[in-house]
Design a protein around this ligand. Sequence first.
Ligand code: MG
Ligand code: MG
Ligand code: MG
Length: 305
Amino acid sequence: MEKIFVFGHKSPDTDSICSSIVMADLQRKTGEEDVIPCRLGEMNEETKYVLKHFQVEAPMLLEKVEEGQTVIMVDHNEFTQTVDGIENAKIITVVDHHRINNFKTAEPLFYYAQPVGCTATLLLELYTLNHVEIEPKMAGLMLSAIISDTLLLKSPTTTEKDKKAVEQLAKIANIDINTYGLEMLKAGTDLDKYTEEELIRLDAKKIEKEDVKYVIAQVNTVSIPDVLKRKAKIEQEINKEILSKGLSLFVFVITDIINSNSEAIVLGDRTDAISKTYEIKDNIAVMPGVVSRKKQILPLVENNI
Ligand code: MG
Ligand code: MG
Ligand code: MG
């Protein structure tokens, strides 16, 4: 039987890792045998906490895919955010909750997308559509992904479907979402473990619009001032990245998960894409009430670049 790789985006977050594992489980239970969950990079502390909590093994690290390799993409579609070699792979399925961009296939495929808060919410629907029973571990992973992507249902990306999914999954996994959710999110705010170089890559999305290349990176914290103590070194690393990757803009978003606010370090030739909306002082834009890259930052940059 042919091997199928399932993976989320580079700089994997909890949704990308958990949805890869869960999608592989669903595929196996609907008749595909050789489905292998993969990750396209190191896991963050939040995701490690989740896998440890539910005693689930980490997915296999995948560096690139060979020509003709059958793959399933979850939690992303843009080729700038995916595995090397994707142009010559055979994409049979995508399950995602992002805009569609930089994506094409040679053959027809199953493409399941909805504007919900998390990929795992869509996977729950697929279990239901396929009449597959959900194991508590899988429910726990889906629940964690939704808590992560929606910041405990507080992000403006949260939909009714996500809320219902959390309720249903919490019962199956037998988890108190508020206690577990906060512990899990806090595990992801332990940023002292990372060097500045690692920090700016931890959750970085690379985007290309015509000839303009830019990055929006995001980290979660319980104290923005704590992260900003490292501002000088972070800026140094960002400037290196701008030079080596030919970027026009780098937005490093620091999100306070308790108060649902962000501040961003903004560098590059095209900081105007941000400064049209948020005043930039000492390379910092204060963004009250902003927590979602997808819904609150990306559209603003795309409209102005
Ligand atoms: Mg993601
Ligand atoms: Mg996601
Ligand atoms: Mg995210």
